[in-house]
Structure formats: structure tokens, C-alpha cells
Design a protein around this ligand. Structure first.
Ligand SMILES: [Zn+2]
Ligand SMILES: [Zn+2]
Length: 960
């Protein structure tokens, strides 16, 4: 016997059908190139397996292109891989046990880079398997990789174009560095990983040179920067006081005296303006640089004025270390202060800092440990006034989780700040779903736009195409050919370990120009993907230009400050255009308990196990119906997928099977005047219209929800109410033709959302080709009858009230009743017949003015009133028994495996007077015989005991 396949197994068969028949390829090639719809796919890293976040975004990226394909567009979909940068470098470092940049350089950059190249696509095959199984159509064979020479060349073209437009510069700035990765990070990367931490803050004592035992108090949350102190800053217009306590005197801003001295015995000696302090010299906390040979040494350890000093926290005096903060660095440049870099880019104190040389300033394991040591050291010298725990938000490396340092260093920057107007203006043209992100997260990030640091002191990346000469001459290269011509060497690969060897003769002097060592931020590459994936402008020039900007992109909400942003910045920089027109943003998928999904906590089910159990379509539809497609968080619930499986997949399979049972006898061309059929066609066409409109507006969740409602009504109302019609010769064709049409249209509407289920329905209905090669269905406006819709919902209201009345009176629906009366607008006979069948009443009557009478139950809702007659006459009692016994006999038939062709003989026995009497009522026994296909009914010795209205009946059924 053939075992029935589960739906997930059916999905796998369909997947094979698509593959063998190249349905995806056909769905693209069938459409004209002149009618293209461009979608940019953000490249993921293949350094881990896909998680639910990828699956949500992947579903959106499948749903939208499938819809537009059905609308007649050619939607080419090419997969991309992000290959460069810290994610892959960190993996290789761990595997090869390399702990610093020095280790990498000792091993050799060429070996390191080739090791990275070999590991980049380590999970690519798994990705291919999973993406395919999820029903996502995308060309993964002809994929682009950011490490391909063509892609890299386009990135060089982007870089050179920006250089030619004067949008790039090299600057010395205070930025965040990761001391472990030993590179600067962009504000995009820094913003991704802030955490709440507890640090230690100290208030240090700086003794005035001219007034021994008088100390200026300055507060800092980064005690490790104190050896790099070069000045103190005060607000020139703020009021400061001198406070005496014991033998010592302290200077701080007036407003904060209470905070530091409350509960202590102290005396205020006098007050003065901050400007009076400016120019005074103080004794440094550490003497490491006292005798060093520094530029601007005459200004070392002097009080300066600054506009950023506030009275909000601290002491109103700011400790200035220009190498470790933005304000500090600006003040240093303005006041010509010395520049002390007492920490290396590896995050360790330099040899100058004798007492702490080589120590990490922010150890990853215990970030406050070094601060505590500094504190102890200064305390021992009597240079600490107070200390306290300090809770704040601090940035960590997005790859290696080391605490970042604010650090002044050289970097290359894209001028973003000066393009703010253009960025905002072009951003107005972008449609966001949900729309609050436009002005919110994205708009605000643009408002605060800062220059973008794009150079990284790393190895496995696209090298900055910049060659420099000792004479100061700079050359930026924009293509492979240009490099070949200038260097006189053949260029096959643009990676660092190849191009660093190439020298260019300087055209300003006789020396050789060498490439600068840095590589590009990998966000610069993913932001260049529109150009890189097409090798623009070296190839596909006309095609690219005809199709820019893209119609649609989709990613998670974290990309507002990352990929969405860099695409926009580069699009505006290059063409003064937005790079995309529509963007759909998904939220974060959390575990069911609202916690972050965590592999170690195992607080979520493996996505592929969920697919094996319920199928890809159930998972897809569950995600699409959730607001996670509108940037809201979703607590993933396997129960939710199970519910979709049961309420959508299994129910539709049942409806389909029901239709298939009768299919052979249905004339599919039959027309119908039946209101149920007209109602279903109205519903179907409204569904096509609504889903189409929402999809065109990129409101994916709003497009999905009506589908589930439709399926529910199709099954629980239309099919249930039409069951009996399928048994009548005159009705089977109109009902069958209607149901078939509804299923066929539904499969087209479902196709983008649940591609497997849609295909299964489509083909089970006898279509040979694929549903995914069809057009989106037209709305048949003539089939939409709003009146029928209204009347049917009135019918359902009456039924609901009638059932509530039965329920309250505890009268089973199987027990026929005489009538129900309703008061509201009168319905036509066809609708009344539906009510009669549904409520099992003999008559449905419209009445003006319903009155309460004994034996009636009244119910009302809004303008609707119904009265159900509950009186059970002798006649109705026997009819009820026919139904009860019919049900029991038919159950037995089913258990015995009888088909509708099989006639049976019934033998019964009972002690019940009522049942004995029933079997004497020829008229009703005849009804029973017909309803259960019995050849004969005889009293005798029944074997199966069943209950009929609480009375015992024993029956035996044999095939006759
Ligand atoms: Zn790092
Ligand atoms: Zn030169």
C-alpha cells in the first residue's frame, strides 16, 4: 500500500520538479529585458549558518520578486557573498592561533590572505541547501563575491570616482579602534555594539605649581588616559570656588560643591570666573613626559578655557588627553597643546609609561582592571580625591567583543557631513515599510551624518587604490588596466599581497610611488554592490544605467545604520541619486520567551527541523503574517508555525481533496446562479484585489493576512455549506466549477507567499505547467457583488445568534426545530434556506416586531433580533432520532471501511421504550434506511453498543 506523503515531503518533490524543469530560470527568461524589475540582494557572510533573521529577510526577498514576476516583470536575482573583513579574518586568526597583527605579518600576509580566501565560502554549500529548501528562488550558482577581481575593480572605480569628485580625504582624527584587531572602525560599526557596563570613575587632584596644597579637581571615567594628560579645561564664564578642608584647598565649579563636600567639614574661601584660572600651571599626576622632548612643550600642564565644559557632571574641570577623545583633540589643535600617545594601537601602554608598560588599558576579560591599578597607584601618592562606580553605555568590537578605545589616528574618510543636504533630499524619494523609519531611525542617522572612516589597518580586504610618493605625490587608481599601464606589470588579482608589490614611477620626482598599506572597510564594498555585481562601468553599462535605482531592497532593522545607509551614501556621492526606491525592513526574531536566540541556551528550534516537520511554506507564512515584516520584534513560537500548518496548509489540502473526490463528475464550464457560489466568487476577486494592492505597496504582512481569512471562510463556510450540493446531480457542476475556480485563483494568489502549496494545488487541479509561470490573476470586477457579501454576512450573524440560542437551551443542532424568526432587512429565499440548513430548522421567517412568547428564545445583536422556537413536537423528536441514529450507523460504516457503493444489513437490539417505538415508525425508519444505505433493518442481537440521546442501542452491520 502506498503511504500518503506528508506536506513537507510533497514540498521536496515540488522542489525537484522546479529544478528538473528549470522553472525559476524560465520564470525570469519568459519576461522581456525591457521590462526589468531590479532588486538588490545584500550579500551575507558565509562564516556561519543562516539563522531566523536571514530566513525572515530571505522570505521577503523571495515574496516580492515572485509577485513582480507574476505581474510581468523580469526579475533577475543574483546571490552575493560578502567575503572580506574582520569576520573572516577573525576565524582564520583563531584557527592559526594568531594573536596580533605582528603574528600575521610574521607568518606573511600572502599566506594569511590565501588562508582567508580558502575559508570564505566554508558554509556556502549549506546555505545553498537551506535557501533552496525554503523555496527561495535566487541564482546561487552564478553568484557574485566581493573578492572577485571584477567586483573589486568596480569598487576601485567607486573609490576613484569619489576621489575625483573631491569626496575623499585622509585625516588624523579621534576615532574608535579595536585594540585586538588593531584597526579603526567606522561609526557604523561602532554603533552596532554598545553595551551597558560599570566602569570606575575617579576625581583626581592636580596641584597648582604656584599654590602648593591647592588642588584643581578633575573627574574622568577613563583613568587609563591620565598619563596622557596635557592640560585641564575650564569654562571661562563658569563660576569656580576654592574650598578649604583640613590642610588642603580644592578648586571646582560652584554648582557641584555640595555634591563633593556635603556631610564634610569645609569652608568656601572665595569664588572667581573660570577665565581667572586660565594660564595657571599644575603638577602632572605622572612625571613620564615632564622632561620629554615634545612639540608645544611650553603649553604642557596648563589650564585652558574650553566651550564644552559643563556643570552637569564631574567637577567643571575636564582632563584633556588629545590622543583619546574628539573634544580633547580639537582643543589640542586649537590651543597648540602637546600630543601624547602613551598607548599603542594594540591597546597597551607604551614603554614611556614605566610603571605600567605593556599592560592592556582595557583588558577584554576585565575592562576596569587597569583603571583600578591606576587608581591604587595615584591613591598611594595622595592624588585621588574620590572614586565611584559609573554605569554607562560603552562600545565593543562587533567582531571580537573587545572594548573599543577612543583613539586619534590616521584614516581615509568619505565626506559625508558636507553632503547632508543631498543625502536628505534624495532620501525623500525612498518608500519605507514601515514608514516611521524614514524620518526615524534612518532619517535621524542621516541628520547626524559624520564623515565615514573607510580605511582599515588590516589584510584581507579590497586595498585602497592609493599610491604615494615620499615627495607627497598621490595617485588614485580606478581600474586594473590603469594599474597595469602605470606599473608595467600584468595584474591578475587586486588583493593586498599582490598589489603591494607594484610600484609606480612618480611623475613629480624620480622616486617610486608605493601603495599605502590599508584595506577598505567591508561596508564600502557591500555599499558598492550595485556596481560591483555588474562589473560596472567596465561591463553592463547601458543595462545598469537603465535600471538604477533598484526598485526594492529588504533587510533587518539593524541595517538602517549600515547597509541601507552605505548604499545611500555611495549612490548620492556617485550620481546624486537614491540607490533604491522601496525598502522593507524586518524586525528581530527572538526566542519564545522574549530573550535573544542563543545557541548555547538552545532556546529556539533549529529552522531546518521546523521545515522538516511543518514544511517551508508554513514557516514562511507564519513569518509573513507576523509584524516582524514591519520591523517589529517577533518572539518565535513553534506553536505558531504549527497553527499555520493546521489552519492553512492542512485545511487547504482537505478542501483540495474534497474537490478531487467529485472532480470527475464536475463540468468545469458550468455557470452558477447559486448565492453561495456568487459569494465565493465575490470573495475570491476581492482577495485578488486586496492582496495585489498591498503587495504593490510593499505591505507584505497586510497582504498575507486576508489570505488566511479567505482560507478559513472557504473551508468553514463555503465547503461546509456546499457539501450536500455535491450529492445532487443538478448542483454538483455549478458548485464544483466554482470551487475549482476559487482554488485555482487562490493558488495564483498564494504563489508568492507559499510557493510549494500553490504549486501543489495548481498541479493537482490538472495544470501541467508551473503556477510560477503564470500571470497574477486579473480582478473580475463583474463577479464582485457587494450586496451578496452584505446579505451573507447578515446570514452568518443570524446563524450565530441561532446557535447561541440552541447552546443556551442545550438543544443539539442535530435536533430539528420548527422555525426561527428574524427582524432586520428581509433576505431572499436562497439565503433563508442557508440559515434553515445551518440551524436545522424547518422555516426561516422574516418578521416585523419580534415578541417574546413561551417556548421561544430571543437573541439580539445590533439591529438584528432573532427568536428561535424551541418546542420539540412528536414529529420533530422522531426526526431528531433519525439524525442521531444515522450518525451512529454511518460511523460504523466508516469503521468497517464500506464505500458508498456498499449496501449493508442492520441488526439492532435495545431496552429503550423510545427507541423501540422509533423502529415502528415506518416513515422515519425509511428516512434512516436511505441516509445510511441499508438494505434491511431487523431486530435481533446487536453487538456494538452506541448511545442515542443517552439511551442504549446495540447494532450490528454486515455487508449485504
Ligand atoms: Zn576587534
Ligand atoms: Zn615623487
Amino acid at each position: 500500500m502506498e503511504t500518503k506523503k506528508t506536506f513537507p515531503q510533497i514540498e521536496e518533490d515540488i522542489m525537484k520538479f522546479w529544478e528538473e524543469n528549470k522553472i525559476f530560470e524560465k520564470s525570469v527568461e519568459n519576461r522581456k529585458e525591457s521590462n526589468s524589475y531590479v532588486f538588490y540582494d545584500g550579500p551575507p557572510f558565509a562564516t556561519g549558518l543562516p539563522h531566523y533573521g536571514h530566513i525572515v529577510a530571505g522570505t521577503m526577498k523571495d515574496l516580492v520578486p515572485r509577485f513582480w514576476t507574476m505581474k510581468g516583470k523580469r526579475v533577475e536575482r543574483r546571490w552575493g557573498w560578502d567575503c572580506h573583513g574582520l569576520p573572516i579574518e577573525n576565524i582564520v586568526e583563531k584557527e592559526l592561533n594568531l594573536n596580533s597583527r605582528k603574528d600575521i605579518e610574521t607568518m606573511g600576509v600572502d599566506k594569511f590572505n590565501e588562508a582567508c580566501r580558502s575559508k570564505v565560502l566554508i558554509y556556502a554549500d549549506e546555505w545553498k541547501r537551506i535557501v533552496k529548501r525554503l523555496g527561495r528562488w535566487v541564482d546561487m550558482e552564478n553568484d557574485y563575491k566581493t573578492m572577485d577581481v571584477d567586483f573589486m575593480e568596480s569598487v576601485w572605480w567607486v573609490f576613484k570616482s569619489l576621489w575625483d569628485k573631491n569626496l575623499l580625504y585622509e585625516g588624523h582624527k579621534s576615532m574608535h579602534i579595536c585594540p585586538r584587531c588593531e584597526t579603526t572602525l567606522s561609526n557604523i560599526e561602532v554603533s552596532q555594539n554598545y553595551k551597558d557596563v560599570k566602569d570606575i570613575s575617579v576625581t583626581a587632584k592636580f596641584e597648582l605649581v604656584d599654590e602648593p596644597k591647592t588642588y584643581v579637581l578633575a573627574w574622568t571615567t577613563t583613568p587609563w588616559t591620565l598619563p596622557g594628560n596635557v592640560a585641564l579645561a575650564v569654562g571661562p564664564d563658569l563660576t569656580y570656588v576654592k574650598v578649604e578642608m583640613g590642610e588642603e584647598k580644592y578648586i571646582l565649579v560652584k554648582e557641584l560643591v555640595a555634591k563633593f563636600f556635603d556631610g564634610k567639614e569645609y569652608k568656601v574661601l572665595g569664588s572667581f570666573k573660570g577665565s581667572d584660572l586660565v594660564g595657571k600651571k599644575y603638577v602632572p599626576l605622572f612625571d613620564y613626559y615632564k622632561d620629554a622632548d615634545l612639540i608645544n612643550k611650553e603649553n604642557l600642564y596648563v589650564i585652558e578655557s574650553a566651550d564644552f565644559v559643563s556643570t552637569e557632571d564631574g567637577t567643571g574641570v575636564v582632563h584633556i588627553a588629545p590622543a583619546f577623545g574628539e573634544d580633547d583633540m580639537r582643543l589640542g589643535q586649537e590651543k597648540k597643546l602637546s600630543f601624547i600617545q602613551h598607548v599603542g594601537q594594540d591597546g597597551r601602554f607604551t614603554a614611556d609609561v614605566k610603571d605600567f608598560a605593556g599592560k592592556e588599558v582595557k583588558p577584554k576579560e576585565d575592562p576596569a582592571a587597569t583603571d583600578v591599578e591606576i587608581l591604587k597607584y595615584l591613591s598611594a601618592k595622595g592624588l585621588i580625591f574620590s572614586k565611584e562606580k559609573y554605569a554607562h553605555s560603552y562600545p565593543f568590537c562587533w567582531r571580537c567583543e573587545s572594548p573599543l578605545l577612543n583613539y586619534a589616528t590616521n584614516s581615509w574618510f568619505v565626506k559625508v557631513a558636507e553632503q547632508k543636504e543631498a543625502l536628505l533630499k534624495n532620501a525623500e524619494k525612498i518608500n519605507w515599510v514601515p514608514d516611521h523609519l524614514k524620518e526615524g531611525r534612518f532619517g535621524q542617522w542621516l541628520e547626524g551624518a559624520r564623515d565615514w572612516s573607510i580605511s582599515r589597518s588590516r589584510y584581507w580586504g579590497n586595498p585602497l587604490p592609493v599610491w604615494k610618493c615620499e615627495c607627497g605625490n598621490i595617485k588614485v587608481i580606478g581600474s586594473k588596466k590603469e594599474l597595469e599601464e602605470l606599473s608595467g606589470s600584468k595584474v591578475e588579482d587586486l588583493h593586498k599581497h599582490f598589489v603591494d608589490k607594484l610600484e609606480i614611477p612618480c611623475d613629480k620626482c624620480s622616486k617610486k610611488m608605493k601603495r599605502i598599506p590599508e584595506v577598505l572597510d567591508c561596508w564600502f564594498e557591500s555599499g558598492s554592490m550595485p556596481y560591483g555585481q555588474m562589473h560596472y562601468p567596465f561591463e553592463n553599462k547601458a543595462k545598469f544605467e537603465a535600471n538604477y535605482p533598484a526598485e526594492f531592497i529588504a533587510e533587518g532593522v539593524d541595517q538602517c545604520r549600515a547597509w541601507f545607509y552605505v548604499l545611500h551614501v555611495l549612490g548620492v556621492s556617485l550620481f546624486n541619486k537614491n540607490a533604491y526606491k522601496n525598502v522593507v525592513v524586518n524586525g528581530i526574531v527572538l526566542a519564545e520567551d522574549g530573550q535573544k536566540m542563543s545557541k548555547s541556551k538552545k532556546n529556539y528550534p533549529d529552522p531546518m527541523l521546523v521545515v522538516d516537520k511543518y514544511g517551508a511554506d508554513a514557516l514562511r507564512f507564519y513569518l509573513t503574517s507576523a509584524s516582524v515584516m514591519r520591523a517589529e520584534d517577533l518572539c518565535f513560537s513553534e506553536k505558531g508555525v504549527d497553527e499555520v500548518y493546521k489552519k492553512v496548509v492542512l485545511i487547504l489540502m482537505n478542501v483540495l481533496n474534497f474537490y478531487k473526490m467529485y472532480e470527475a463528475r464536475v463540468d468545469v464550464k458550468a455557470k452558477s446562479e447559486n448565492v453561495l457560489d456568487q459569494w465565493l466568487m465575490t470573495k475570491t476577486n476581492l482577495l485578488i484585489q486586496e492582496v495585489g494592492e498591498k503587495m504593490e505597496a510593499y505591505e507584505l504582512t497586510k497582504a498575507a493576512r486576508p489570505i488566511a481569512d479567505y482560507i478559513d471562510e472557504l473551508s468553514t463556510w463555503y465547503v461546509r455549506r456546499s457539501r450536500d450540493r455535491f450529492k445532487e446531480e443538478s448542483e454538483i457542476s455549478p458548485a464544483g466549477a466554482t470551487l475549482r475556480q476559487a482554488l485555482e485563483k487562490l493558488s495564483l494568489v498564494l504563489a508568492p507567499f507559499m510557493p510549494y502549496l500553490a504549486e501543489h494545488i495548481w498541479q493537482t487541479l490538472g495544470n501541467k505547467d508551473s503556477v510560477h509561470l503564470q500571470d497574477w490573476p486579473e480582478v473580475d470586477k463583474k463577479a464582485i457583488d457587494k450586496k451578496i457579501l452584505e446579505d451573507m454576512s447578515r446570514v452568518r450573524e443570524i446563524v450565530e445568534l441561532g446557535l447561541a440560542a440552541r447552546d443556551e437551551a442545550k438543544v443539539k443542532v442535530r435536533q430539528p426545530l420548527q422555525y426561527i424568526r428574524y427582524e432586520a432587512k428581509e433576505l431572499n429565499k436562497e439565503f433563508e434556506r442557508i440559515i434553515a440548513e445551518e440551524l436545522n430548522v424547518k422555516e426561516v421567517k422574516w418578521t416585523e416586531g419580534i415578541i417574546i412568547k413561551p417556548g421561544r428564545m430571543m437573541k439580539e445583536s445590533g439591529d438584528l433580533k432573532v427568536a428561535l422556537n424551541l418546542e420539540i413536537t412528536e414529529e420533530l423528536k422522531w426526526e431528531g432520532l433519525v439524525r442521531e441514529i444515522t450518525r451512529q450507523v454511518n460511523n460504523l460504516r466508516k469503521e468497517a471501511g464500506f464505500t458508498i457503493e456498499d449496501k449493508a444489513d442492520l441488526v439492532y437490539s435495545t431496552e429503550s421504550e423510545q427507541l423501540k417505538e422509533f423502529f415502528t415508525k415506518e416513515n422515519f425508519v425509511e428516512q434512516l434506511r436511505k441516509a445510511t444505505l441499508l438494505a434491511s433493518i431487523k431486530v435481533g442481537e446487536g453487538t456494538n453498543e452506541v448511545k442515542v440521546n443517552d439511551e442504549k442501542l446495540k447494532i450490528t452491520l454486515t455487508k449485504s
